[in-house]
Ligand binder design. Structure first.
Ligand code: DC
Length: 227
């Protein structure tokens, strides 16, 4: 099977990029953050905002049934029979997911699902540690980045006309904080794969980034098909 990995920092447009590329190149898209978010929803259903400990997480994961269901292009996340798809991007979940996702036992659970998906589907898998840990043999590895100032400005522009919109400085602080957590965690830390291609999209439109990545992937597909 042919796999493209897209890793990168929060807010640099990985998901939109993966969506566009999956449509153009007919590759199935797997969003890993959504799985961590679904697991976090179930954690919060059971424990509210109780800070996880290793013991709580070990017991929690032991009985965890995670289903990732594809309905056309929509990826549904069902955990212990509860469909959390509509709630994955709720602010309370966004704020809590980084407390649950760093545990190795959680990551092992997600990794199993990711690998079995890539075994049966030509895919684009998006996350933080896909090219380095989850699919180290993927044929094409992209590492997407943009300066924190550019990411903060993009987010600010999206939110500025909404009620209680955060200031640019608040968004920038939050982005720097999330980067710090992603880069410095013990398991599944965010870093480019040795054979990863760095895509800095700070000065590009989405269309320019899509076209650049499309060309890279198509070249890798040609190489793969020759073998
Ligand atoms: O990409 P996102 O914002 O939906 O990710 C949600 C959380 O999941 C974020 O805290 C980072 C974590 N995550 C991870 O640890 N490893 C991945 N491969 C993808 C996401």
């Amino acid at each position: 099977m042919f796999a493209v990995t897209i890793d990168g920092k929060a807010g640099c447009g990985k998901s939109t990029l993966a969506d566009e590329l999956s449509k153009i190149l007919k590759l199935k898209k797997f969003n890993t953050g959504a799985v961590y978010r679904g697991i976090t929803c179930e954690y919060m259903k059971q424990f509210g905002q109780l800070k996880p400990t290793l013991e709580i997480i070990n017991n929690f994961v032991k009985d965890l049934a995670v289903d990732v269901i594809f309905d056309g292009n929509t990826q549904k996340i069902v955990v212990n029979g509860n469909d959390y798809t509509p709630y994955l991007r709720d602010e309370v979940v966004s704020n809590f997911v980084a407390k649950v996702s760093p545990y190795n036992i959680v990551r092992e659970k997600v990794r199993e699902i990711q690998r079995s998906f890539a075994e049966y589907n030509d895919c684009i898998m998006e996350g933080r540690d896909i090219g380095t840990v989850v699919l180290p043999n993927a044929q094409c590895k992209l590492f997407v980045t943009a300066s924190s100032e550019v990411r903060a400005q993009r987010r600010f522009d999206q939110l500025k006309d909404t009620e209680n919109a955060p200031t640019y400085e608040e968004i920038l602080n939050e982005i720097n904080d999330r980067d710090d957590k992603d880069v410095n965690r013990e398991h599944g830390a965010l870093l480019p794969a040795k054979d990863g291609i760095i895509i800095d999209n700070s000065n590009e439109t989405l269309e320019q980034t899509v076209n650049r990545c499309k060309k890279i992937i198509e070249d890798k597909q040609k190489e793969y098909n020759k073998k």
